[in-house]
Design a protein around this ligand. Sequence first.
Ligand code: G6P
Length: 588
Amino acid sequence: MCGIIGCVAEEPVAALLLDGLVRVEYRGYDSAGMATISRGKLGVKKGVGRVKDIEEARKMSAMSGTVGMAHTRWATHGGVTNANAHPHASCKEQVAVIHNGIIENYIPLKKALIAKGHRFKSETDTEVISHIVEDEYKRTKNPLRATQAAVKKLKGQYAIVVMFQDRPDVMTGARKDAPLIVGVGKGKMFLASDVLAFIGHTDRTIFLDNYEVVQITKEEVKIIGPDGREVRRDPNQVAWELSDVTKSDYAHYTLKEINEQPKTIVAASVQDPYKVAEFARAIKRAKSLFITASGTSYHAGLLMKFRLSKEARIRADVVVAGELKEHTEFLGKGSVVVALSQSGETADVMEAVREAKKHGAKAYSIVNAAGSSLARESDVTLLLNCGPEVGVAATKSFTAQVVVANLVVDAVLGKKKPDRLEELSEAVADALKCDGQVQELVREYRDRPDFYFVARGYESPVAMEGALKLKELSYIHAEGMPASELKHGTLALIEKGTPVVFINPSGPNHAESLSNAEELSARGADVIGISDVRDQVYKHYIQIPKVSPKSTPIVEAIPLQLLAYRMSVAKRNDPDYPRNLAKSVTVK
Ligand code: G6P
């Protein structure tokens, strides 16, 4: 989950490392640090908090040296302290390491190192790597070979970058189940966990595979495969649009990304028809079909399943990615797993897909990040094309997933006529006009401890998504559920003034849902209706435009996203960087 960036260049690297660090901060942001080598000496600066708030960060930009590395942390092993922030130097401060992942066997490794006389300064799993590399470097006198030998001892997941005090001309790296990407610039070479870290300097990238070890100088890249042989791989060009990761005139990325949706849903619909057809064919022929994802992407997966069963009469099991390994009895040759993921790096999703493939299944994915592990390991991938999503809470990627999933289901149904995306785009723009009303709701309910989100049928996952957004951004306890479930427990929690967001578009479930809204209202709840038709039972009513049933979740998501965002701002949280969370969860 952590963000990592390293660079070897002709010029001082501190300023560009700091810039890259801010761009990968969405991956984890409880502490940060930087190391450079200057005049033959390794210098390390770190601090606790967001980069902008770290006192030492101001000094980081003034660090000299043409080789350096930087890290933003999302704590796993060891609390959020200065000592546990990366980079971690070895005993003699000759080697420094930054790491993203978890070293599962760090306890026995640490014990063995202590027995050999190594002294530890942190509680992290990462620090063992610097001590092991130090030993291996003493033995091999070769940075690449030392890194190769060190990673052979590690179990777990890692993307690491290593610097050697007496070799300021090189930097090494290695990966297993966590992303590490080489950025090939002019007179500068990067290693980073995300293209965004260096996109301001180069769009030429090499994606490393599991078990590969790499060494960079300012001009050269050398990759060694797991068999010890050199791997030749040409750089790929990634889209320069990625470099437009600014907030523009918006106060936060999250607000910008919510407002981009009239455009991003159109971009998401531009897909290669042959690939969509292949995706659909695989679904139709599948002996067993699983849809898997985490968080918001899971909710998009539930929507996809609903249409597949109801309209196409195809049975699919939707399983939270971290649980798929418990359902392998029905996975085998002829099975298909559809994985949805914004980042394409979520560890649970990757594990699910790898497990499914191990059982003989084919993997089809819907992903935003081109070049991500999921995109590369899937048999067929459809990209969301919604541009980088920086805000930790998924917004535009959710609506883009609904668009792409709908395209696939339409192809399964043999639907030829394309949708009128301009109309949907206008409807989304219309839905965004509810922002003022949402802010009134926030004023009225900002101090309520609980929120409930309910809906029926196809809209139920939207209720779950509304609750998830509110939890993530405002830290208010929220639950989303089918309206039918209310009477089986939740009604006991309804008191006078409890806010219940009721998603209830016109359609077959409308009347039944209104009865549930009446039941809530009779027990004192303040029912907030989100619908294309007003009803007197709603204490507050947010009108959404009428669109086709399959696209209704897209327009319904807008007021829910705005509610979470505005609540977060009212509570003085940082909506882009909610506490304890990270955008790309690359640990299990
Ligand atoms: C994290 C993020 C969520 C996201 C989930 C799945 O928990 O904070 O916003 O929905 O991961 O991420 P993915 O990249 O796989 O869609």
